[in-house]
Design a protein around this ligand. Structure first.
Ligand SMILES: [Fe+2]
Ligand SMILES: [Fe+2]
Length: 336
């Protein structure tokens, strides 16, 4: 006969798993038709074009429009998890104006469709800078467009802000392009600037409310595509007051740990305003990179990693809903 133990101990609540991927840079047919040299063609100066070509070929990504294969490779692993978070940049943004360009919208739709098919309502999506448009790194054309914002939020279903409660944990997704808007003014059109500012303020209202209502026993896992946004978030008093409860901030955008390492090395450098928009943007981000530290940053690399190191992959995060143990992260390499 079975007898009950004298002291019944409640079994600990089951751990929850979250698979995290970032910077898929998927290209559907219309973007693939642009050709892998689409960025180089936008650079007019032959010497600069040659240097960028070498950089792309050996370090960054030789065939940028072939990264969709990595998504298929990831999906073929059938990673079982309670949730999936994708941390932004679903398109290659071949038009440099985000998803208001039909080809980029097609890429995002196809990419999200594949993830929805596998993870359904358990998937959460962070918006990346390429969904909204971005000046070409060296070509100087394109930029953030309100039409892309509308397409991303109204047609493609990308929410600028979301929260997911998992026991005592709150997973929070924010929009780095809006937060770092003051650093991106040069990427916007002058007549669209007031509306971007209004959107940023509305986003901050949501973030402040989320942190204001955070209970002392709760822990936050923050998802923020571009770490350039973190110093702007740090300036928000309700966020700064509860920073101890932010256990980890998952960033993307940098694609490889090599860039994160370089960013930490160069943290605090002065802003460089005389070498063009891209150098200004990059140096401004690094100038304040010391403020990334209080957010306990963890980089989820691009699914394809970088050309040189082939260091792509994804994380699986295991959460103790009672928040007695910190979240555990396991990185799974996904070589090309
Ligand atoms: Fe990216
Ligand atoms: Fe990005």
């Amino acid at each position: 006969m079975n007898s009950m133990p004298a002291t019944a101990t409640a079994s600990p609540p089951e751990r929850k798993s979250v698979v995290i991927i970032s910077d898929i840079h998927y290209a559907a047919d219309a973007e693939r038709a642009c050709g892998n040299d689409y960025e180089l063609r936008a650079i007019r100066h032959p010497l600069l074009r040659a240097l960028v070509s070498i950089y792309r070929h050996y370090f960054w990504m030789r065939h940028p429009l072939e990264q969709g294969r990595q998504l298929d490779r990831f999906l073929s692993r059938k990673v079982n998890a309670d949730f999936l978070v994708a941390n932004g940049d679903y398109t290659c943004d071949t038009g440099f104006v985000g998803v208001s360009h039909g080809a980029a919208a097609q890429s995002v739709q196809e990419c999200l469709g594949k993830l929805h098919e596998r993870y359904g309502g358990r998937a959460r999506f962070v918006m990346g800078d390429h969904e909204l448009g971005k000046l070409g790194t060296f070509g100087g054309n394109g930029g953030m467009r309100l039409a892309s914002w509308r397409c991303a939020t109204e047609q493609l279903g990308l929410q600028p802000f979301w929260q997911l409660a998992v026991g005592h944990y709150r997973l929070v997704g924010v929009n780095s392009s809006l937060l770092a808007l003051p650093a991106h003014q040069g990427d916007t059109l002058p007549d669209e600037w007031p509306e971007w500012q209004r959107l940023r303020e509305a986003h901050l209202v949501e973030i402040r409310a989320a942190f204001d209502t955070l209970q002392p026993e709760q822990r936050v896992i923050l998802f923020c595509h571009d770490p350039t946004a973190l110093p702007f978030l740090w300036r928000e008093e309700p966020v700064r007051r509860k920073l101890d409860q932010v256990e980890q901030t998952i960033i993307g955008h940098l694609h490889t740990r090599l860039i994160l390492w370089k960013s930490r090395l160069l943290a605090g450098i002065p802003r460089i305003n005389f070498l063009g928009r891209s150098v200004q943007r990059f140096s401004s981000a690094l100038h304040e990179a010391h403020l990334w530290r209080p957010f306990r940053v963890r980089l989820c690399p691009a699914l394809s990693g970088c050309q040189l190191l082939n260091d792509g992959g994804y994380y699986v995060m295991e959460i103790d809903p009672a928040a007695k143990q910190p979240a555990q992260f396991t990185f799974h390499p996904l070589p090309r």
